[in-house]
Ligand binder design. Structure first.
Ligand SMILES: [Zn+2]
Length: 183
């Protein structure tokens, strides 16, 4: 276990920042009905969508549109809840982005960048492309100055009574840099 953890840490450290994000226009987003400021960004909160997975950009864009429709039409929210989404196609998709307050972790949205990995990770882990893309997005946030290098990384279940981001994915993120269960 110790050896595996050490190897994992080495792999994580090698993930370079990647700020390539598929824009809302590219995936066909509906405009938000309102926006508010995220405030001073201090942490990332990682989620899973608990729905269908996707491994092609076309399928992932369809999933992102579907999630936005659900959040706006069923939940009555102003927009898709997450700040970003990541698919097992290895792409990152713009949700509310870096600047707008998300709706993904009740009571803890202010200052929190919500990243949702598309799929259900209750009984399997996200593929390597998705895992490295999340880490590259986090590295982008630091290298671009959106978040301090002292940012905290949490799973949704750390702040809310939920299974999110899934029993198989959650233990992985607890091994990533800056993980802290305390927001
Ligand atoms: Zn969640």
């Amino acid at each position: 276990m110790w050896t595996i953890a050490t190897l994992t840490a080495c792999l994580i450290a090698s993930v370079a920042a990647d700020c390539t994000i598929t824009s809302r226009a590219a995936w066909g987003a509906r405009p938000p009905t309102s926006t508010s400021d995220i405030g001073t960004r201090l942490r990332y909160i990682v989620h899973h969508s608990a729905g269908a997975a996707c491994t092609t950009s076309a399928d992932c864009m369809a999933q992102v549109r579907s999630i936005q429709n659900f959040h706006m039409d069923s939940n009555g929210w102003s927009d898709i809840g997450y700040n970003f989404l990541v698919g097992e196609d290895g792409n990152a998709y713009e949700g509310r982005g870096w600047d707008n307050l998300g709706a993904h972790a009740g009571g803890h949205n202010t200052g929190s960048v919500g990243i949702c990995v598309i799929g259900d990770f209750t009984s399997r882990v996200p593929n390597a492309a998705a895992q490295s893309r999340v880490q590259a997005l986090i590295a982008c946030g630091t290298s671009s100055g959106y978040l301090p290098s002292s940012y905290k990384l949490l799973g949704h279940r750390d702040v809310t009574a939920t299974a999110c981001p899934g029993d198989q994915f959650y233990p992985i993120i607890t091994g990533w840099p800056n993980y802290s269960p305390d927001p």
